[in-house]
Design a protein around this ligand. Structure first.
Ligand SMILES: Nc1ncnc2c1ncn2[C@@H]1O[C@H](COP(=O)(O)OP(=O)(O)OP(=O)(O)O)[C@@H](O)[C@H]1O
Ligand SMILES: [Mg+2]
Length: 810
């Protein structure tokens, strides 16, 4: 496979690295003889995105978790609504065109994957068609099949020819994984496919076996079911026997009840005459009872008339007694009241005698008070006049005192006329003190005259006050006498009222003295009435008691005679046989119905059990038939198990641990020899590898394994590839990978002219890097490859390349 021209559009890696949507890289411009071609650019320049796209497989290996399309999706690598990868490539002299297009519409995603080949005759691209008829139709599965057919499986390509960025080393795979990869690389697919087919046959047979086993399980279930059904049949039989016994008993009960009823009815027929006599005797008893009741009623009527008469006499006597007693009581009450009146006779007489004295005293007091009131007529005016004069007197006194102070001060000021120093000088005319003194001296006589006038007025008022005060004192004395007289009058009036009230009862005395003898006479008469009525009451009560006793004797006699008659009749009844009653007949009839219903119920139970048994026997026979068939099924299952064991053995023999392992074992020394040849070109024989495909367990058994052992000629030691230093491991791993590729290409019909390597030189020292480039050329030479595209960040290695693609400048 040789990439010729790449066009990418809509890829995130291109957009991020170049800031535009598309990229075209024409590899046909690279000089023909350029074997080592370096892709150069800083981190994030888009190198891996380009290298990942320089092959036709539908996978970008540095972004995939698997070596084939299964662990990768282009939808995670594109941005925008559409994307496209177009790659022109050549293989075995035929030119191909890969066209992968992606389109997103709303929520739906659609991709088309086409593979064309150049038809020189037509001068145009035509869809690839394989010899088996597969034609490129846009489907991804068809596309993958076409590329596999032309270039071999992707696992082989990405193991042997393409070292993606961050890919695992061969030594880091587990034994199972490496065998799968080597099987693919060494074209051992045929074995694996046979193993898969054997596995499928085994799987199919196991499905058959599962069917038989479930049939057997079902048969076992039916076996269990039959046992259960047998037990159920036995149980139903037991219950049927119990019900049969119940049925016999129920029949006996019905017959018994019917016979008892028939016997009772026969007895009732035979008792027809006896019943007639019983009816007669019962009528007689009824007639005796009726007659006795009528006699009792007649006796009661006879006595009732006398009873009513005596009862009326007694009632009348009681009423007379009550009336007379009431009269006596009210008379006695009146007598007590009149006696109480007579008890106050003396006090009333005295009160009557005092009345004139009280009236005379009151008249005297009233006359005296009227005279004093006339005398006191002018007292209020006199007192008012006196108060006015006293006020005037007080006012004149205070004005006089104030005037005395004024005169005193003016006199003192006037005295300064003689004392001031400017007296007699001209200065006195302008001296203010002198002026004040002169003014005072001038005013003093006027003030003194006013004061004398006030004193005279005061003297006059004082005389009038004295006169009025002596008159007011006379009035005060008379007023005290009036108050005293009024007090005495109130006392006399109170005594008069009290005596008037007592004296008012004087007429009652005569009335009482007149009525008391009349009342005494009345009381005596009423007591005689009471005594007479009491005699009448006693006679009536005694008569009633005598009648009651006589009546009781008469009734008792009637009762005794009736009972005696009844007893005679009852004795005759008792001697007769007891007749069959309707209630008895009904009870016997209901016993017949009850036992009949019980019989019907038992018969229903018996029928139900019979049906149950029939159904159980049906099921039991069906289950037994199924159990009988299980013998044949068991034989079939055993045969099938043997077959499955054989196919399993074939699957294992042809699989990873069988022929594949043996082929890998066979190829191991050859791969190691090629690898050692490459290592010898690079390190002049320092490292020698050996592939271990089997190892011995602690128990001495051999087990499948895959271990790369490396012998270091300088140090004379051997160790696993995984135990070497990072740089050493890279170099040996690269040689080993290429050795695998070289071995594969010897035994393969498909050849790959190009190798791809993405940054595997990271951990190498400068010297090792040179060796690394040396190894690359040796690989190209030994494998007959035309070219290797490689990515490195080491400028020294770019310079050792035959051609450089400056990615940033694309
Ligand atoms: N699926 C993706 N989603 C988002 N960004 C992506 C995706 N694929 C690639 N890129 C971005 O595209 C740019 C180019 O990536 P790429 O791996 O090609 O760079 P590179 O040149 O190989 O870098 P380095 O030297 O570090 O390996 C980077 O910035 C990367 O982050
Ligand atoms: Mg990269």
């Amino acid at each position: 496979m040789k990439p010729l021209k790449l066009s990418l559009q809509g890829f995130t890696g291109i957009f991020a690295a170049f800031g535009r949507d598309s990229l075209v890289l024409d590899l046909q411009t690279i000089p023909q003889d350029a074997a080592l071609v370096a892709l150069v650019g800083p981190n994030g320049a888009g190198k891996s995105t380009i290298l990942d796209s320089l092959h036709p497989y539908r996978v970008m290996p540095s972004r995939s978790s698997t070596l084939g399309p299964g662990g990768f999706s282009y939808w995670t690598q594109i941005h925008g609504a559409t994307a496209m990868k177009e790659l022109l490539w050549e293989n075995d002299g035929i030119r191909y065109r890969t066209l992968l297009s992606f389109k997103t519409t709303g929520k739906t995603q659609k991709s088309d994957c086409y593979l064309y080949q150049w038809d020189a005759g037509k001068g145009d691209w035509t869809p690839v068609q394989l010899a088996d008829g597969t034609l490129s139709d846009g489907k991804s599965s068809t596309y993958d099949h076409l590329v596999d057919a032309i270039l071999g499986p992707p696992e082989k390509f990405f193991t042997a020819h393409f070292s993606a960025q961050g890919r695992k080393t061969i030594a880091s795979y587990g034994a199972g994984d490496i065998k799968s990869i080597l099987a693919s690389v060494l074209n051992l697919q045929g074995y694996r496919e046979l193993a898969a087919k054997a596995g499928q046959v085994g799987k199919y047979l196991r499905q058959q076996l599962d069917g038989l086993n479930s049939e057997l399980a079902e048969a076992r279930d039916h076996d269990n079911t039959a046992a259960v059904l047998e037990r159920e049949v036995i149980e139903v039989d037991g219950r049927m026997r119990a019900v049969e016994a119940d049925e016999v008993a129920a029949h006996a009960n019905v017959n018994g009840a019917r016979e008892a009823l028939a016997g009772l009815l026969a007895k009732r027929d035979a008792q027809a005459n006896t019943a007639e006599e019983v009816r007669f005797l019962n009528e007689q008893i009824g007639s005796v009872v009726t007659k006795a009741a009528s006699s009792k009623a007649s006796v009661s009527t006879q006595f009732a008339r006398d009873q009513d008469r005596h009862q009326a006499e007694a009632t009348s006597a009681r009423a007379a007694i009550a009336t007379a007693q009431n009269s006596v009581q009210s008379s006695e009450t009146e007598v007590r009241r009149l006696n109480a009146v007579l008890a106050d006779k003396d006090a009333i007489a005295q009160a009557v005698a005092r009345l004139p004295e009280h009236k005379c005293l009151i008249e005297q007091i009233d006359a005296s008070v009227d005279a004093d009131q006339a005398t006191l007529a002018g007292a209020a005016a006199l007192r008012t006049e006196l108060n006015v004069l006293i006020a005037q007197q007080a006012k004149l006194s205070s004005e006089g005192q104030a005037k005395t102070i004024v005169i005193q001060k003016l006199t003192e000021t006037a005295a300064l006329v003689e004392k001031v120093p400017c007296k007699g000088s001209e200065m006195q005319l302008s001296c203010p003190l002198m002026e004040q003194a002169n003014n005072a001296k001038r005013d003093v006589p006027a003030h003194q005259a006013e004061q004398s006038a006030k004193r005279a007025a005061y003297q006059e008022i004082a005389l009038k006050v004295k006169d009025l005060q002596s008159k007011v004192a006379g009035f005060d004395k008379i007023e005290a006498e009036v108050r005293d007289a009024q007090k005495k009058r109130r006392t006399a009036a109170t005594a008069l009222d009290a005596d008037n009230r007592v004296a008012a009862r004087a007429p009652l005395i005569a009335d009482a003295e007149a009525r008391l003898p009349v009342l005494a006479q009345s009381i005596q008469e009423q007591r005689q009435v009471i005594a007479a009525a009491t005699d009448r009451l006693t006679q009536a009560t005694n008569a009633l008691a005598a009648i009651e006793s006589e009546k009781a004797q008469a009734l008792a006699l009637i009762e005794t005679n009736a009972l005696a008659e009844q007893q005679v009749l009852q004795d005759r009844l008792a001697k007769l046989e007891k007749p069959v009653s309707d209630a008895e007949v009904e009870a016997y009839q209901s016993a017949v119905s009850r036992t009949g219903a019980a019989l019907v119920e038992v018969q229903a139970r018996a029928r139900s059990l019979t049906e149950q048994k029939v159904s159980l026997i049906g099921k039991l026979e069906a289950a037994r038939a199924l159990v009988a068939r299980s013998g044949q099924v068991k034989e079939q299952a055993e045969r099938l198990q043997e077959e499955i064991a054989k196919w399993k053995l074939a699957e294992k023999g042809l699989g990873n641990d069988g022929c594949v392992a043996l082929s890998i074992d066979d190829s191991g020394p050859e791969i190691a020899a090629i690898c050692n040849s490459l290592l010898s070109d690079c390190f002049e024989g320092r490292f020698i590898v050996r592939l271990d495909t089997q190892s011995e367990t602690k128990t001495g058994m051999m087990k499948e394994t895959f271990d790369v052992k490396v012998f270091d000629g300088h140090r004379g030691t051997e160790k696993s590839l995984g135990d070497m230093s990072g740089g050493e491991e890279i170099l040996v791993n690269e040689c080993l990978t290429r050795a695998v590729a070289l071995y594969a290409s010897q035994s393969s019909t498909t050849r790959c002219e190009t190798l791809f390597t993405d940054e595997t030189d990271g951990a190498l020292d400068p010297e090792a890097k040179r060796t690394f480039m040396q190894m690359k050329r040796a690989v190209l030479k030994q494998g007959g490859y035309e070219r290797e595209f490689f990515i490195t960040h080491t400028p020294e290695l770019w310079e050792m390349a035959d051609h450089k693609i400056m990615v940033a400048e694309l």
